[in-house]
Design a protein around this ligand. Sequence first.
Ligand code: SAH
Ligand code: SF4
Length: 370
Amino acid sequence: MSSPVEKTNLLGLPKARLEAFFESLGEKRFRATQVLQWIHQRGADDFDLMTNMSKSLRDKLKEVAEIRGPEVIYDETSKDGTRKWVMRMDQGNSIETVLIPDGQRGTLCVSSQIGCSLDCTFCSTGKRGFNRNLTSAEIIGQVWVARKAFMPFEPGPERPITNVVMMGMGEPLLNFDNVVDAMNLMMEDLAYGISKRRVTLSTSGVVPGIDKLGEVTDVSLAISLHAPNDELRNQLVPINKKYPIAELLAATKRYMARLPDKRKVTIEYTVIEGMNDKPEHARELTQLLRDIPCKINLIPFNPFPESDFKRPKLSATRRFQTILNEAGYVSTIRTTRGDDIDAACGQLVGQFEDRTRRSQRYIPVHQMTP
Ligand code: SAH
Ligand code: SF4
């Protein structure tokens, strides 16, 4: 018996790859334009809806291709308007996507991996271990699902998703090709048309990935720094032992220098009580970043059950911010959004099988015997 043909999921193909797909079928490249609009702008997942293509082409497509988005298993809106989706990616694995509305802006926080292999000590995603990379269809599928939730709508100033940040679960630079394909679809005018300035990749510091990224795209960059020196950063972000701060900041400068326009890198700094929240840390940070055009985003640590760390006092975070501001930096304190539905930074976990067994090695504090 012949095995069924594996169908190509067109959801994850950016324009160039979709054109190549149609060429491989002996069809014209412009079909890609039509299909992109059907899938991403009109939310279609059924070829029969695509009435500007002949019935015979639609039938041919049905045989070899599909449009398969993630299955939504949870969709809840928080008191403050933050909306969270849990999406099942395959048997046993689910991930989380969050939409944060803020006036005219809607920022979608997208996941790139099921779990994360990097194990930052303050991050609940990391603590749960890692299962696998998401495909480009699974990454853009999160944007597709979120946009479909607001259909029908007319594109315009009220667009529900104006910004995308790759700040959900996972380290995007460790899933490079799929993340780049998905980001290209986010920026594609025939798909979501989001400006490159409003698509942000956040990394914990995979230095070779930053350089590689600069060769293929010009999205905005966020660096998860969290500490002003290597000694402290080694404790919080283990990948720092491989790529220390000096190398990370040098790669950041190279990336920013390649951008065709003037933009600032976002420095993310999760503020943890008693760890990295002291005035001397803020002063050290002002020195460290003095020749990097940046804005600094202070994220008060969001506690989760398996962590010993504590949320910082607001007064300590404000004092930290004042030191940065007085040194001439633009810095903001990120307000915690959606914590009543566990949608805040670092609270995204989904459900998945941990292939690293890290989650088994890790004993939650409240389960430790004294
Ligand atoms: N892996 C990438 C992107 C995902 S994490 C990265 O690390 O940049 C997105 C942001 O949430 C990072 O800046 C991360 O440090 C922050 N974060 C993780 N856990 C957190 C927590 N418990 N409280 C507050 N921020 C957290
Ligand atoms: Fe992974 Fe980012 Fe969490 Fe670190 S902070 S464990 S890199 S998701």
